[in-house]
Design a protein around this ligand. Sequence first.
Ligand code: CMC
Length: 440
Amino acid sequence: MSQPKTAAAPKKKAILTDTVTNKTMDLPIIDGSIGPSVIDVRKLYADTGYFTYDPGFTSTGSCESKITYIDGDEGLLLHRGYPIEELAEHSNFMEVAYLLLNGDLPTLEEMKKFEKDITYHTMVHEQLSTFFRGFRRDAHPMAVMCGVVGALSAFYHDSLDINDPHQRMIASFRLIAKMPTIAAMAFKYSMGQPFIYPKNKLSYAENFLYMTFAVPAEDYQNNPVLAKAMDRLFILHADHEQNASTSTVRLAGSSGANPFACIAAGIASLWGPAHGGANEAVLAMLGQIGDKKNIPEFIKRAKDKNDSFRLMGFGHRVYKNFDPRAQVMRKSCHEVLGELGVKHEPLLDLAMELERIALEDKYFVERKLYPNVDFYSGIILRAMGFPTSMFTVLFAIARTVGWIAQWKEMIEDPSQKIGRPRQLYTGHTRRSYKPVQQRG
Ligand code: CMC
């Protein structure tokens, strides 16, 4: 189980019979190291003239990967073989970043060098602060992130050549290092406060909290419990195999686009409420519910197919048992509130009651809908002092590591091709153009 391997040469096959032509075709079955095997349909169109049809990719593997493994039925999440609970408990975000990027945990020397490489790149080009001023003061920080991260490709011309391994590495370091700086700048800009330069003696999480919450007029003291909680939150969001934003990064990168543009595309995809935007949506929903006595009404609405309301922070495409990240997050939530001396947080009480009622409800039980990573993260972040508009930004900081690792893996894969799905066309068949005067 621990040894990664390249997908084995296929010995098993699936046989496809076309009942129209009575022809059969052998489709190789490829085994991974763990998890479901895949039916290799790459030659299907050439041999039969058929495409496969799978909107939402519910049964489609889009790539071979050695980075992250999820068993949704078991509630298992492994990064390079290591369970997320162990990483969240014993590791730190920089070490997890190294692991995701390089495949193994670092030695002490490797770790020191990696941290030095990352911290060397924490500052952003000074002209970027001018770029910020083009945004409206009330711009959503995710809009700012999409724009500014995309714009990095206009500032760092010496790391755009994706065919040069050294430039790929520098671009990766730059993105991981600069994301917290840019995110903190987005926050400061919205607050009308001066940007704070990074301080490289601080850890990744500490530095981010410092750039976000320090002001030049006051001394700033990092709270180690909150820094640890921030670091853990980054670990829990670092990667999640081929989710929507990661697939977006891979697809954008498959055309040879530069890494800064690809990560900007990932940020855009993450923003949606069905994905990373759910953490912001959870708090909005808890606010809307307002009181425990209103929970049954909202549960009823979530079950009503004619109502667009869904329980945000509930359900997952892959996890059909529990989301292991949500369990760590729930524990962390209690720790953070304890540290901050919050004896009674009505939102947490409301969230726990909502979870309890939903998990006893037949609708949620039958559909295997459990709280996901976003359900409790918003409560932690709010307690730390982040406005809800920053929640998905924090997700983006952490996921940048996963995006980069997946992008790098794709670029280094010799079988890599431009991503180009096909379709089931159901529009008009060929028809002739009519001048406007002849259209009825
Ligand atoms: N509330 C009420 N019903 C739900 C919910 C929900 N949150 N999620 C799924 N369902 C129902 C859905 O209506 C469907 O019912 P039926 O079979 O009767 O038609 C069934 O459960 C299956 O749902 P689905 O939409 O086919 O599942 P999916 O895999 O396409 O969607 C999801 C997964 C995460 C988008 C969805 O569960 C959802 O919208 N959840 C709320 C948003 C959320 O919390 N997103 C964060 C996901 S975790 C972090 C991340 O990925 O960024």
